[in-house]
Design a protein around this ligand. Structure first.
Ligand code: F6R
Length: 245
């Protein structure tokens, strides 16, 4: 794993957008898995311009949504689907056939997981994953305590995720479960970029980077990924010990 620091959120976001563009430029049929959330928002907003400058061809790339709130429809502004459709896919004119998102309204969520895993395997695995990190150290909805041996699964959300998740919604909402790619997908992805910015993520970044890899801090799994890059701004890096400064 590499740790890369940037002076501010904008610089970090430009670099992350450049990584997405470079991946698809090098491999137009790349399978790219994207998180939603506040962290990657600016990178996604910058992507169309950077990609246009680089002449990136998106007509063959495959996009996978990292996760979704169970029971929340894609029309709801707080859903991961709504976010990705409006922040990434519409601005880039990606047709529906190239986009794979969990249907979190399905009566057969286990079937949704199997379907997603099959798509990923059939496409030859994930080339690039862009993920954030939760205040409890989760990646996707891989909550503290989760096994790193899981592919897609449904999981009960912990209290931090239920509370912090309210920020995406206009009205208070009961968030109970998530459907998510698993840490095994992350470990098998060729390249994983974990982004974090702002002072509020400094504590969790310190734990993810400096603690031994452990289930209670899912983001620490990044340490085991040879193609893993933790990209952070100075604020998120501010609690790292001198060894990482
Ligand atoms: C969202 C996701 C979550 C977020 C994490 C950080 O698809 O997978 O794990 O990446 O909760 O959220 P933000 O970026 O809003 O701080």
């Amino acid at each position: 794993m590499q740790l890369k620091r940037y002076k501010d959120y904008k610089t970090l976001s430009m670099q992350a957008a450049a990584e997405i563009a470079a991946m698809i430029k090098t491999k137009p049929e790349a399978v790219v898995c994207l998180a939603s959330g506040d962290t990657p928002r600016l990178a996604y907003t910058l992507l169309p311009e950077i990609a246009a400058k680089e002449g990136v061809d998106f007509t063959r790339s495959v996009f996978i949504g990292l996760d979704e709130w169970v029971g929340v429809p894609p029309e709801n502004e707080g859903s991961c689907s709504f976010f990705l459709q409006n922040t990434v896919f519409k601005p880039l004119n990606i047709p529906a056939g190239q986009i794979h998102l969990f249907n979190a309204l399905s009566a057969n969520l286990a079937g949704e997981c199997t379907k997603m895993d099959k798509i990923i395997f059939e496409k030859g695995g994930i080339d690039l994953m862009i993920v954030g990190v939760g205040m409890n150290g989760h990646i996707g909805f891989n909550e503290p305590g989760v096994s790193s041996d899981k592919y897609s699964h449904v999981i009960n959300l912990d209290n931090t995720t239920r509370a912090v998740g309210q920020k995406y919604f206009k009205q208070p909402i009961l968030l109970k479960q998530g459907i998510t790619l698993g840490l095994k997908h992350l470990l098998e992805a060729k390249k994983v970029i974990l982004m974090a910015n702002g002072i509020k993520k400094a504590g969790v970044i310190k734990k993810a980077v400096e603690e031994e890899v452990n289930n209670n801090m899912p983001a620490s799994i990044m340490q085991n990924h040879p193609g893993g890059i933790i990209m952070i701004d100075e604020e998120a890096a501010s609690l790292l010990s001198s060894k990482h400064q």
